[in-house]
Design a protein around this ligand. Structure first.
Ligand code: NAD
Ligand code: WQD
Length: 366
Protein backbone atom coordinates (compact mmCIF):
# COMPACT_ATOMS: atom_id res chain seq x y z
CA UNK A 1 0.00 0.00 0.00
CA UNK A 2 1.33 3.39 -0.92
CA UNK A 3 1.18 5.89 1.95
CA UNK A 4 1.42 9.65 1.58
CA UNK A 5 5.01 10.74 1.58
CA UNK A 6 5.78 12.97 4.54
CA UNK A 7 8.80 14.50 2.85
CA UNK A 8 6.70 15.89 0.04
CA UNK A 9 4.17 17.43 2.39
CA UNK A 10 6.10 20.69 2.26
CA UNK A 11 5.59 20.82 -1.50
CA UNK A 12 3.51 23.78 -2.50
CA UNK A 13 2.15 23.00 -5.92
CA UNK A 14 1.21 26.19 -7.74
CA UNK A 15 -2.46 25.77 -8.42
CA UNK A 16 -2.60 26.91 -11.99
CA UNK A 17 -5.39 29.34 -12.71
CA UNK A 18 -8.41 27.26 -13.65
CA UNK A 19 -10.06 28.07 -16.88
CA UNK A 20 -13.70 29.07 -16.53
CA UNK A 21 -14.28 27.79 -20.06
CA UNK A 22 -14.75 24.22 -18.87
CA UNK A 23 -16.23 24.90 -15.46
CA UNK A 24 -18.97 22.38 -14.60
CA UNK A 25 -18.16 20.21 -17.60
CA UNK A 26 -18.09 16.71 -16.14
CA UNK A 27 -15.72 14.06 -17.44
CA UNK A 28 -15.77 10.40 -16.44
CA UNK A 29 -12.19 9.09 -16.37
CA UNK A 30 -12.12 5.32 -16.21
CA UNK A 31 -8.79 3.96 -14.97
CA UNK A 32 -8.21 7.40 -13.48
CA UNK A 33 -6.00 6.22 -10.60
CA UNK A 34 -3.68 4.52 -13.08
CA UNK A 35 -0.45 5.87 -14.49
CA UNK A 36 -1.72 7.85 -17.49
CA UNK A 37 -5.20 8.39 -16.09
CA UNK A 38 -3.99 10.09 -12.91
CA UNK A 39 -1.82 12.51 -14.89
CA UNK A 40 -4.77 13.24 -17.17
CA UNK A 41 -7.08 13.92 -14.21
CA UNK A 42 -4.57 16.53 -12.99
CA UNK A 43 -4.54 18.25 -16.38
CA UNK A 44 -8.35 18.13 -16.65
CA UNK A 45 -8.85 19.64 -13.19
CA UNK A 46 -6.31 22.35 -13.88
CA UNK A 47 -8.34 23.23 -16.97
CA UNK A 48 -11.47 23.51 -14.83
CA UNK A 49 -13.22 20.24 -15.68
CA UNK A 50 -15.15 18.33 -13.02
CA UNK A 51 -13.77 14.78 -12.87
CA UNK A 52 -15.28 11.48 -11.78
CA UNK A 53 -12.82 8.57 -11.56
CA UNK A 54 -14.07 4.99 -11.92
CA UNK A 55 -11.46 2.38 -11.15
CA UNK A 56 -11.37 -1.12 -9.56
CA UNK A 57 -7.79 -0.61 -8.28
CA UNK A 58 -6.60 -3.83 -9.90
CA UNK A 59 -3.40 -2.01 -10.89
CA UNK A 60 -3.43 1.23 -8.89
CA UNK A 61 -3.96 2.68 -5.43
CA UNK A 62 -6.81 4.64 -3.82
CA UNK A 63 -4.09 6.87 -2.37
CA UNK A 64 -3.57 8.34 -5.82
CA UNK A 65 -6.87 10.24 -5.51
CA UNK A 66 -5.46 12.10 -2.48
CA UNK A 67 -2.24 12.80 -4.34
CA UNK A 68 -4.14 14.27 -7.26
CA UNK A 69 -6.00 16.51 -4.80
CA UNK A 70 -2.69 17.60 -3.30
CA UNK A 71 -1.47 18.70 -6.74
CA UNK A 72 -4.64 20.43 -7.94
CA UNK A 73 -6.32 21.50 -4.71
CA UNK A 74 -9.51 19.67 -5.72
CA UNK A 75 -10.43 16.07 -4.92
CA UNK A 76 -12.01 14.22 -7.87
CA UNK A 77 -15.04 12.04 -7.17
CA UNK A 78 -13.98 8.41 -6.94
CA UNK A 79 -16.07 5.31 -7.65
CA UNK A 80 -14.47 1.96 -6.82
CA UNK A 81 -16.11 -0.31 -9.38
CA UNK A 82 -15.30 -3.05 -11.87
CA UNK A 83 -16.33 -1.78 -15.28
CA UNK A 84 -17.00 -5.32 -16.51
CA UNK A 85 -20.07 -5.26 -14.25
CA UNK A 86 -22.78 -3.85 -16.51
CA UNK A 87 -25.14 -3.06 -13.64
CA UNK A 88 -22.51 -1.09 -11.70
CA UNK A 89 -21.54 0.87 -14.81
CA UNK A 90 -25.19 1.80 -15.39
CA UNK A 91 -25.47 2.95 -11.78
CA UNK A 92 -22.51 5.30 -12.27
CA UNK A 93 -24.12 6.92 -15.30
CA UNK A 94 -27.43 7.23 -13.44
CA UNK A 95 -25.68 8.79 -10.43
CA UNK A 96 -23.63 11.25 -12.51
CA UNK A 97 -26.27 12.01 -15.12
CA UNK A 98 -24.43 15.20 -16.16
CA UNK A 99 -21.39 13.33 -17.53
CA UNK A 100 -20.72 14.81 -20.96
CA UNK A 101 -17.40 13.23 -21.88
CA UNK A 102 -15.59 9.99 -21.15
CA UNK A 103 -11.89 9.19 -21.25
CA UNK A 104 -11.58 5.42 -21.13
CA UNK A 105 -8.19 4.33 -19.79
CA UNK A 106 -9.35 1.27 -17.83
CA UNK A 107 -7.74 -1.89 -19.18
CA UNK A 108 -5.19 -4.57 -18.33
CA UNK A 109 -1.99 -3.78 -20.22
CA UNK A 110 0.73 -6.30 -19.39
CA UNK A 111 1.69 -7.85 -22.72
CA UNK A 112 3.41 -10.90 -21.24
CA UNK A 113 0.54 -11.64 -18.85
CA UNK A 114 -1.92 -11.40 -21.73
CA UNK A 115 -0.08 -14.23 -23.51
CA UNK A 116 -0.39 -16.43 -20.40
CA UNK A 117 -4.00 -15.39 -19.59
CA UNK A 118 -5.68 -14.34 -22.87
CA UNK A 119 -9.29 -14.77 -21.70
CA UNK A 120 -8.67 -12.51 -18.69
CA UNK A 121 -7.60 -9.78 -21.11
CA UNK A 122 -10.36 -10.32 -23.66
CA UNK A 123 -12.98 -10.36 -20.90
CA UNK A 124 -11.67 -7.34 -19.02
CA UNK A 125 -10.70 -5.02 -21.83
CA UNK A 126 -13.55 -5.74 -24.22
CA UNK A 127 -16.47 -6.10 -21.79
CA UNK A 128 -15.49 -2.94 -19.91
CA UNK A 129 -15.59 -1.02 -23.20
CA UNK A 130 -18.91 -2.54 -24.28
CA UNK A 131 -20.49 -1.56 -20.95
CA UNK A 132 -19.20 2.00 -21.35
CA UNK A 133 -20.52 2.26 -24.91
CA UNK A 134 -23.95 0.89 -23.99
CA UNK A 135 -24.27 3.40 -21.16
CA UNK A 136 -23.07 6.21 -23.43
CA UNK A 137 -25.91 5.46 -25.81
CA UNK A 138 -28.48 5.13 -23.00
CA UNK A 139 -27.47 8.35 -21.24
CA UNK A 140 -26.67 10.39 -24.38
CA UNK A 141 -23.05 11.06 -23.47
CA UNK A 142 -21.47 13.11 -26.24
CA UNK A 143 -17.81 12.22 -26.56
CA UNK A 144 -15.41 9.35 -25.94
CA UNK A 145 -11.62 9.43 -25.85
CA UNK A 146 -10.16 5.93 -26.05
CA UNK A 147 -6.69 4.75 -24.98
CA UNK A 148 -5.26 2.93 -27.91
CA UNK A 149 -1.68 1.99 -28.60
CA UNK A 150 0.97 2.04 -31.33
CA UNK A 151 1.02 -1.69 -30.77
CA UNK A 152 -1.77 -1.91 -33.35
CA UNK A 153 0.83 -1.14 -36.03
CA UNK A 154 3.07 -4.08 -35.15
CA UNK A 155 6.43 -3.59 -36.89
CA UNK A 156 5.66 -0.93 -39.53
CA UNK A 157 7.25 -1.37 -42.97
CA UNK A 158 7.62 2.40 -43.36
CA UNK A 159 8.68 4.90 -40.66
CA UNK A 160 7.57 7.25 -39.25
CA UNK A 161 4.21 5.56 -38.88
CA UNK A 162 1.09 7.54 -39.76
CA UNK A 163 -2.55 7.01 -38.76
CA UNK A 164 -3.17 5.37 -42.14
CA UNK A 165 -0.28 2.93 -41.81
CA UNK A 166 -1.50 -0.67 -42.03
CA UNK A 167 -2.79 -2.37 -38.90
CA UNK A 168 -0.75 -5.55 -38.56
CA UNK A 169 -1.78 -8.87 -36.94
CA UNK A 170 -1.54 -8.40 -33.18
CA UNK A 171 1.60 -9.71 -31.49
CA UNK A 172 -0.23 -10.42 -28.22
CA UNK A 173 -3.77 -10.86 -26.88
CA UNK A 174 -3.34 -7.45 -25.24
CA UNK A 175 -2.57 -5.80 -28.56
CA UNK A 176 -5.46 -7.76 -30.08
CA UNK A 177 -7.86 -6.29 -27.50
CA UNK A 178 -6.80 -2.82 -28.59
CA UNK A 179 -7.46 -3.64 -32.24
CA UNK A 180 -10.84 -5.21 -31.39
CA UNK A 181 -11.81 -2.23 -29.20
CA UNK A 182 -10.91 0.19 -32.01
CA UNK A 183 -13.20 -1.72 -34.37
CA UNK A 184 -16.04 -1.89 -31.82
CA UNK A 185 -15.81 1.87 -31.30
CA UNK A 186 -15.68 2.51 -35.06
CA UNK A 187 -18.76 0.41 -35.76
CA UNK A 188 -20.72 1.73 -32.76
CA UNK A 189 -19.93 5.39 -33.39
CA UNK A 190 -21.18 5.02 -36.97
CA UNK A 191 -24.74 4.35 -35.75
CA UNK A 192 -24.72 6.42 -32.56
CA UNK A 193 -25.07 10.08 -31.62
CA UNK A 194 -21.67 10.34 -29.97
CA UNK A 195 -18.20 11.15 -31.29
CA UNK A 196 -15.04 9.19 -30.53
CA UNK A 197 -11.32 9.73 -30.82
CA UNK A 198 -8.74 6.96 -30.69
CA UNK A 199 -5.42 8.13 -29.29
CA UNK A 200 -2.65 5.71 -30.26
CA UNK A 201 -0.03 6.22 -27.56
CA UNK A 202 3.60 5.46 -28.19
CA UNK A 203 5.77 4.85 -25.12
CA UNK A 204 4.79 6.99 -22.12
CA UNK A 205 7.52 7.53 -19.52
CA UNK A 206 8.31 9.95 -16.71
CA UNK A 207 6.18 11.43 -13.95
CA UNK A 208 4.48 14.60 -12.79
CA UNK A 209 7.04 17.27 -11.75
CA UNK A 210 5.64 17.21 -8.21
CA UNK A 211 6.82 13.58 -7.85
CA UNK A 212 3.46 12.91 -6.17
CA UNK A 213 2.18 10.71 -9.01
CA UNK A 214 3.99 8.52 -11.50
CA UNK A 215 4.22 5.01 -12.91
CA UNK A 216 3.62 2.66 -10.00
CA UNK A 217 3.08 -0.88 -11.25
CA UNK A 218 1.79 -3.44 -8.79
CA UNK A 219 4.37 -6.20 -8.88
CA UNK A 220 7.47 -6.44 -11.05
CA UNK A 221 7.47 -3.97 -13.95
CA UNK A 222 8.03 -4.99 -17.55
CA UNK A 223 8.46 -1.58 -19.13
CA UNK A 224 11.95 -0.17 -19.67
CA UNK A 225 11.58 3.01 -17.59
CA UNK A 226 10.63 1.47 -14.24
CA UNK A 227 13.20 -1.26 -14.83
CA UNK A 228 15.85 1.45 -15.22
CA UNK A 229 14.81 3.49 -12.18
CA UNK A 230 14.38 0.43 -9.94
CA UNK A 231 17.81 -0.81 -11.03
CA UNK A 232 19.34 2.63 -10.37
CA UNK A 233 17.88 2.86 -6.86
CA UNK A 234 18.90 -0.69 -6.01
CA UNK A 235 15.50 -2.40 -6.00
CA UNK A 236 16.59 -4.64 -8.88
CA UNK A 237 20.05 -6.26 -9.06
CA UNK A 238 20.68 -5.45 -12.70
CA UNK A 239 19.13 -4.12 -15.88
CA UNK A 240 18.79 -6.40 -18.87
CA UNK A 241 19.01 -4.97 -22.38
CA UNK A 242 16.92 -7.22 -24.60
CA UNK A 243 19.07 -7.61 -27.70
CA UNK A 244 21.72 -5.51 -29.42
CA UNK A 245 21.55 -7.25 -32.78
CA UNK A 246 18.72 -5.21 -34.28
CA UNK A 247 19.16 -3.31 -37.53
CA UNK A 248 19.58 0.02 -35.71
CA UNK A 249 22.61 2.33 -35.27
CA UNK A 250 23.64 0.84 -31.90
CA UNK A 251 21.88 -2.51 -32.34
CA UNK A 252 19.24 -1.91 -29.65
CA UNK A 253 15.55 -1.40 -30.34
CA UNK A 254 14.10 2.03 -30.99
CA UNK A 255 10.89 3.49 -29.56
CA UNK A 256 9.11 6.87 -29.48
CA UNK A 257 9.16 7.79 -25.78
CA UNK A 258 6.76 10.54 -24.71
CA UNK A 259 6.51 12.35 -21.36
CA UNK A 260 3.35 11.22 -19.58
CA UNK A 261 2.36 14.86 -18.91
CA UNK A 262 2.54 15.61 -22.64
CA UNK A 263 0.44 12.52 -23.24
CA UNK A 264 -2.08 13.63 -20.59
CA UNK A 265 -2.36 17.05 -22.20
CA UNK A 266 -3.20 15.46 -25.56
CA UNK A 267 -6.42 14.13 -23.97
CA UNK A 268 -7.44 17.63 -22.92
CA UNK A 269 -6.67 18.83 -26.44
CA UNK A 270 -8.89 16.07 -27.86
CA UNK A 271 -11.77 17.08 -25.56
CA UNK A 272 -11.33 20.76 -26.47
CA UNK A 273 -11.62 19.81 -30.15
CA UNK A 274 -14.93 18.08 -29.44
CA UNK A 275 -16.20 20.92 -27.23
CA UNK A 276 -15.34 23.43 -29.93
CA UNK A 277 -17.09 21.15 -32.45
CA UNK A 278 -13.95 21.27 -34.56
CA UNK A 279 -13.94 17.54 -35.22
CA UNK A 280 -14.62 16.91 -38.91
CA UNK A 281 -15.58 13.25 -38.44
CA UNK A 282 -17.51 11.30 -35.81
CA UNK A 283 -14.45 9.09 -35.37
CA UNK A 284 -10.94 10.51 -35.42
CA UNK A 285 -7.59 8.77 -34.87
CA UNK A 286 -4.30 10.34 -33.76
CA UNK A 287 -0.75 9.15 -33.11
CA UNK A 288 0.39 10.54 -29.78
CA UNK A 289 4.18 10.46 -29.66
CA UNK A 290 7.04 12.90 -30.12
CA UNK A 291 8.07 11.89 -33.64
CA UNK A 292 11.55 11.02 -32.34
CA UNK A 293 12.94 7.52 -31.87
CA UNK A 294 15.46 6.63 -29.20
CA UNK A 295 17.27 3.32 -28.72
CA UNK A 296 17.46 1.46 -25.43
CA UNK A 297 21.13 2.40 -25.05
CA UNK A 298 20.35 6.06 -25.80
CA UNK A 299 17.74 5.98 -23.04
CA UNK A 300 20.22 4.38 -20.65
CA UNK A 301 22.88 6.98 -21.44
CA UNK A 302 20.40 9.84 -21.04
CA UNK A 303 19.32 8.45 -17.67
CA UNK A 304 22.92 8.07 -16.49
CA UNK A 305 23.62 11.66 -17.52
CA UNK A 306 20.67 13.25 -15.72
CA UNK A 307 20.77 11.02 -12.64
CA UNK A 308 24.51 10.77 -12.20
CA UNK A 309 23.97 7.06 -11.59
CA UNK A 310 25.92 4.38 -13.48
CA UNK A 311 23.57 1.63 -14.55
CA UNK A 312 24.66 -1.98 -14.22
CA UNK A 313 23.21 -3.45 -17.41
CA UNK A 314 23.78 -6.64 -19.30
CA UNK A 315 23.03 -7.29 -22.96
CA UNK A 316 20.92 -10.45 -23.22
CA UNK A 317 18.88 -12.08 -25.96
CA UNK A 318 15.95 -10.34 -27.58
CA UNK A 319 12.58 -10.41 -25.74
CA UNK A 320 9.95 -12.48 -27.58
CA UNK A 321 7.34 -10.33 -29.28
CA UNK A 322 9.43 -7.15 -29.38
CA UNK A 323 9.48 -5.13 -32.57
CA UNK A 324 12.69 -3.57 -33.86
CA UNK A 325 11.80 0.09 -34.28
CA UNK A 326 8.86 2.45 -34.32
CA UNK A 327 8.31 6.16 -34.07
CA UNK A 328 5.35 8.37 -34.92
CA UNK A 329 4.44 10.87 -37.55
CA UNK A 330 2.59 13.26 -35.21
CA UNK A 331 1.77 15.94 -37.77
CA UNK A 332 -1.97 15.19 -37.71
CA UNK A 333 -2.25 15.62 -33.93
CA UNK A 334 0.00 18.67 -34.06
CA UNK A 335 -2.26 20.30 -36.64
CA UNK A 336 -5.73 19.17 -35.69
CA UNK A 337 -5.42 18.90 -31.91
CA UNK A 338 -3.09 21.91 -31.82
CA UNK A 339 -1.00 19.77 -29.51
CA UNK A 340 2.70 18.92 -29.62
CA UNK A 341 4.88 17.08 -27.10
CA UNK A 342 7.03 19.58 -25.22
CA UNK A 343 9.43 17.56 -23.06
CA UNK A 344 12.69 16.14 -24.29
CA UNK A 345 14.21 12.82 -23.31
CA UNK A 346 16.37 14.26 -20.50
CA UNK A 347 13.32 15.72 -18.72
CA UNK A 348 11.53 12.40 -19.13
CA UNK A 349 14.46 10.66 -17.46
CA UNK A 350 14.82 13.28 -14.74
CA UNK A 351 11.12 13.17 -13.80
CA UNK A 352 11.13 9.37 -13.72
CA UNK A 353 14.15 9.41 -11.43
CA UNK A 354 12.58 12.03 -9.08
CA UNK A 355 9.52 9.81 -8.81
CA UNK A 356 11.51 6.66 -8.04
CA UNK A 357 13.44 8.54 -5.35
CA UNK A 358 10.19 9.83 -3.86
CA UNK A 359 8.77 6.29 -3.80
CA UNK A 360 11.85 5.04 -2.00
CA UNK A 361 11.84 7.77 0.64
CA UNK A 362 11.09 6.73 4.26
CA UNK A 363 7.46 6.26 5.35
CA UNK A 364 6.52 4.72 2.04
CA UNK A 365 5.22 1.20 2.40
CA UNK A 366 4.25 -0.84 -0.61
P1 NAD B 1 -2.53 1.41 -15.56
O1 NAD B 1 -2.60 -0.04 -15.31
O2 NAD B 1 -1.66 2.25 -14.72
O3 NAD B 1 -4.00 2.06 -15.50
C1 NAD B 1 -5.13 1.34 -15.89
C2 NAD B 1 -6.17 1.50 -14.79
O4 NAD B 1 -7.36 0.81 -15.15
C3 NAD B 1 -5.71 0.94 -13.44
O5 NAD B 1 -5.88 1.91 -12.45
C4 NAD B 1 -6.62 -0.28 -13.22
O6 NAD B 1 -6.89 -0.47 -11.84
C5 NAD B 1 -7.86 0.13 -14.00
N1 NAD B 1 -8.68 -0.97 -14.49
C6 NAD B 1 -8.30 -2.03 -15.24
N2 NAD B 1 -9.35 -2.85 -15.47
C7 NAD B 1 -10.43 -2.27 -14.87
C8 NAD B 1 -11.80 -2.62 -14.74
N3 NAD B 1 -12.28 -3.75 -15.25
N4 NAD B 1 -12.63 -1.79 -14.05
C9 NAD B 1 -12.16 -0.64 -13.50
N5 NAD B 1 -10.87 -0.25 -13.57
C10 NAD B 1 -10.02 -1.07 -14.26
O7 NAD B 1 -2.16 1.58 -17.11
P2 NAD B 1 -1.73 2.89 -17.91
O8 NAD B 1 -0.31 2.71 -18.30
O9 NAD B 1 -2.18 4.10 -17.21
O10 NAD B 1 -2.61 2.70 -19.25
C11 NAD B 1 -3.86 3.33 -19.38
C12 NAD B 1 -4.42 2.95 -20.73
O11 NAD B 1 -3.48 3.30 -21.75
C13 NAD B 1 -4.66 1.45 -20.90
O12 NAD B 1 -5.83 1.28 -21.67
C14 NAD B 1 -3.45 0.97 -21.69
O13 NAD B 1 -3.75 -0.16 -22.47
C15 NAD B 1 -3.19 2.18 -22.56
N6 NAD B 1 -1.80 2.27 -23.02
C16 NAD B 1 -0.78 2.28 -22.11
C17 NAD B 1 0.55 2.37 -22.57
C18 NAD B 1 1.70 2.35 -21.61
O14 NAD B 1 2.84 2.10 -22.06
N7 NAD B 1 1.50 2.60 -20.35
C19 NAD B 1 0.81 2.50 -23.94
C20 NAD B 1 -0.27 2.51 -24.82
C21 NAD B 1 -1.57 2.40 -24.35
C1 WQD C 1 10.85 -0.73 -24.64
C2 WQD C 1 12.18 -1.26 -25.15
C3 WQD C 1 12.46 -3.63 -24.83
C4 WQD C 1 12.66 -3.61 -20.48
C5 WQD C 1 5.08 -1.98 -24.32
C6 WQD C 1 3.86 -2.68 -24.83
C7 WQD C 1 2.99 -1.69 -25.56
C8 WQD C 1 2.70 -0.50 -24.66
C9 WQD C 1 3.98 0.12 -24.19
C10 WQD C 1 0.58 -0.79 -23.62
C11 WQD C 1 12.03 -2.60 -25.87
C12 WQD C 1 13.48 -2.83 -24.04
C13 WQD C 1 12.53 -3.23 -21.81
C14 WQD C 1 13.90 -4.07 -20.01
C15 WQD C 1 14.83 -3.73 -22.19
N1 WQD C 1 1.92 -0.87 -23.55
N2 WQD C 1 13.60 -3.28 -22.65
N3 WQD C 1 14.95 -4.10 -20.89
O1 WQD C 1 7.68 -3.15 -25.45
O2 WQD C 1 7.85 -0.88 -26.61
O3 WQD C 1 5.78 -1.48 -25.41
O4 WQD C 1 4.71 -0.90 -23.48
O5 WQD C 1 -0.07 -0.42 -24.54
O6 WQD C 1 1.80 -2.33 -25.93
O7 WQD C 1 4.28 -3.65 -25.75
O8 WQD C 1 7.84 -0.99 -24.12
O9 WQD C 1 9.15 -0.37 -22.13
O10 WQD C 1 8.51 -2.82 -22.44
O11 WQD C 1 10.24 -1.80 -23.93
O12 WQD C 1 15.79 -3.77 -22.97
O13 WQD C 1 14.08 -4.45 -18.82
O14 WQD C 1 13.02 -1.50 -24.03
O15 WQD C 1 13.02 -4.78 -25.41
O16 WQD C 1 12.95 -2.63 -26.95
P1 WQD C 1 7.37 -1.70 -25.48
P2 WQD C 1 8.91 -1.52 -23.05
Amino acid sequence: MLHVLSHTSHLTIPHLKKSSTFANMKVLVTGGTGYIGSHTVVELQQKGFEVVIADNLVNSYRETVDRIAKITGKCPAFEHIDLTDKHLVDQIFAKYSDIQHIIHFAALKAVGESVQQPLKYYHNNINALINILESMRKYAVKNLVFSSSCTVYGQPDVLPVTETSPIQPALSPYGHTKQICEEIITNTTAISNFNAVLLRYFNPVGAHPSALIGEFPIGAPNNLMPCITQSAIGKRPELKVFGNDYNTPDGTAIRDYIHVVDLAQSHVAALERFIGEQNTKKLEIYNIGTGNGFSVLEIIHSFEKVSGKKLNYQIVERRAGDIEKIWADTSLANRELQWKAQSGIDEMMASAWRWEQALSAPNVLR
